[in-house]
Ligand binder design. Structure first.
Ligand SMILES: [Zn+2]
Ligand SMILES: [Zn+2]
Length: 90
């Protein structure tokens, strides 16, 4: 069995996989890096997305304005001037 890393286990709690990825700030000190297996790295990135680490934008379908969360977009859409121009006379 071959591994690219030197038998380092994943830093994630209760995970016994061999770490294959290093996650951290490239400009930060090395001890702040986490060594993670692929599964844990993916879930870390996904939770990072939830906290807004990865920019995900919600675009108003009427005027194209971007918002960083779904709620802001909805609140805007209620009063969007472009939406009124389109004749949403409900
Ligand atoms: Zn892991
Ligand atoms: Zn809009």
């Amino acid at each position: 069995m071959e591994q690219n890393v030197c038998g380092v286990f994943c830093d994630s709690y209760n995970c016994r996989n061999i770490a294959t990825l290093r996650i951290g700030n490239p400009e930060g000190p090395p001890q702040l890096f986490m060594q993670l297996c692929r599964d844990c790295a993916i879930s870390l990135v996904e939770s990072g997305e939830a906290m807004g680490l990865k920019a995900e934008t919600f675009v108003c379908e009427h005027c194209g304005k971007e918002f960083d969360n779904e709620n802001s977009r909805k609140m805007h859409a209620i009063r969007c001037s472009k939406r009124k121009e389109e004749g949403g006379d409900e």
